[in-house]
Design a protein around this ligand. Structure first.
Ligand SMILES: Cc1cc2nc3c(=O)[nH]c(=O)nc-3n(C[C@H](O)[C@H](O)[C@H](O)COP(=O)(O)OP(=O)(O)OC[C@H]3O[C@@H](n4cnc5c(N)ncnc54)[C@H](O)[C@@H]3O)c2cc1C
Length: 409
């Protein structure tokens, strides 16, 4: 029997106000008290990853208890800029060199599939979350210039991922951006992340799930036939399996040199008129470090993020919030020619990165029945979809063809 404390990191998951918390249906009511002692699966965390895992498990007919120490969907999911990308932070050509072509190709292909699956799932469930399929433009920067972007386009095409290289003049003519080149690829999307997670939780509640908040899990033990979890107020819940969907507040058992927490900043403008058509229908990001990424929402706001720093606590500095959002707006204007003016919303948050840009989706080391998904980087929503699919398969006793790609490292 493995017996460990289930201490997860504690962070201010958001500093400042992201726009999503001000939109309707961005959270849902939870029961405040735990009045049962057993479930098939306990899901710890009610953000996008917990919502997707709960949806997948209740679709299998399982009885799921979702617990969170915060109100539902008030962790980093509410801070997300929610560009739903198949483009992993580490370009395919670089990932192939780092982890080998087989694993790199599998990770990239799986991300494309995850975006399509998520768009399809949200539509099938009728979730109103402004989900829109959009192409993505990946713009040359200090990490990849035009030659490297061309090679990247060829590598993607060679494994069946649609991508089109745009040279300098075409980029300027079609998008008004004066950079040496870009890759245009169709398989991306954007959504209101809080409404998406709320909708998924709501769908699970209509099946066999219960959502309880606030409840904090502090200890866990694995027995021969199941799992026991203890709460901070001394209650014990048993289940066949547990899944920690605690985002950047990961379990200390998951500490690994392959992964660390950083800080990131984002802003949203007021609704703007007269925006170029392309920016309403395309998401964009730079092949640069620190990078800039941007999208619009249904109301015509521009949402831009970036200026990441390699320190997990930098995001809690209020002075930095002002200077970073100013810098992001300046960089965005320099790239696109669009002036945002004073942002309507600005926020900062912890963020996590893995060395290879891939998430960790696995059982917690030493525990066969306790799973976790974490290490999401800039693709938390896409990777949460992959995580939900892999973990649901493993709990069902099946093997997912890509599970070894995302194993604990
Ligand atoms: C500024 C910013 C921009 C981003 N932009 C994008 C983007 O454009 N596209 C994209 O795909 N991803 C993006 N991401 C990443 C993505 O938003 C996150 O990876 C994702 O939201 C994480 O979701 P989660 O459900 O794992 O975590 P969270 O939403 O943080 O949920 C985890 C929950 O676990 C709970 N919890 C933790 N420990 C315990 C415990 N012991 N007991 C009970 N409950 C516990 C917390 O209270 C929390 O509510 C961005 C992130 C940030 C911060």
């Amino acid at each position: 029997m493995a017996d460990f404390d289930a201490e997860t990191r504690k962070d201010d998951l958001r500093v400042g106000t992201p726009l999503w918390v001000k939109t309707p249906h961005s959270t849902l009511a939870a029961k405040r008290t735990l009045d049962r002692k057993h479930a098939d699966v306990v899901v710890v965390g009610a953000g996008i990853s917990g919502a997707l895992v709960a949806e997948a498990l209740t679709r299998q007919g399982r009885d799921v208890l979702i617990l969170d120490r915060r109100p539902p969907v008030r962790g980093s999911t509410a801070a997300s800029t929610a560009m739903i990308q198949h483009e992993i932070d580490v370009p395919l050509t670089r990932l192939q060199n780092r982890i080998g072509s087989r694993a790199a190709n599998a990770a990239w292909r799986r991300s494309v599939k995850a975006v399509y699956d998520l768009v399809d799932l949200s539509r099938r469930l009728g979730i109103e979350c402004s989900m829109e399929s959009k192409p993505a433009i990946y713009i040359a920067g200090n990490l990849l210039g035009s030659r490297a972007l061309k090679a990247e386009t060829d590598a993607r095409n060679a494994i069946g991922i649609e991508a089109q290289y745009l040279g300098k003049s075409e980029l300027l003519k079609r998008y008004g951006m004066d950079r040496s080149g870009a890759i245009l690829s169709p398989a991306s999307a954007s959504a209101n992340p809080a409404q998406l997670a709320t909708g998924l939780l709501g769908a699970s509640l209509k099946r066999k799930a219960q959502l309880i908040s606030p409840v904090e899990i502090t200890d866990m033990a694995e027995l021969a036939g199941g799992v026991a979890l203890a709460t901070s107020d001394g209650q014990v819940i048993t289940s066949d399996h547990a899944v920690f969907c605690t985002g950047y507040e990961y379990l200390h058992q998951m500490n690994t040199p392959a992964h660390h927490v950083t800080s990131t900043w984002a802003l949203a403008s007021r609704p703007m008129s007269g925006l170029p058509e392309w920016i309403k229908t395309t998401i964009g990001w730079e092949a640069a470090d620190p990078y800039l990424y941007f999208r619009t929402d249904a109301a015509g706001r521009i949402i831009v993020g970036g200026e990441d720093e390699d320190a997990g606590n930098a995001n809690s500095d209020p002075a930095k919030l002002a200077s970073k959002t100013k810098r992001i707006a300046e960089k965005f204007e320099d790239l696109t020619g669009i002036r945002i003016g004073r942002p309507a919303y600005g926020w900062a948050a912890p963020f996590s990165v893995t060395r290879d840009g891939l998430p960790i989706i696995d059982n917690v080391p030493g525990f066969g029945r306790i799973f976790t998904l974490m290490g999401f980087g800039g693709n938390g929503i896409t990777f949460s979809m992959i995580g939900a699919q892999i973990i649901a398969a493993r709990i069902a006793g099946d093997t997912d063809p890509d599970q070894s790609v995302f194993r604990f490292r």
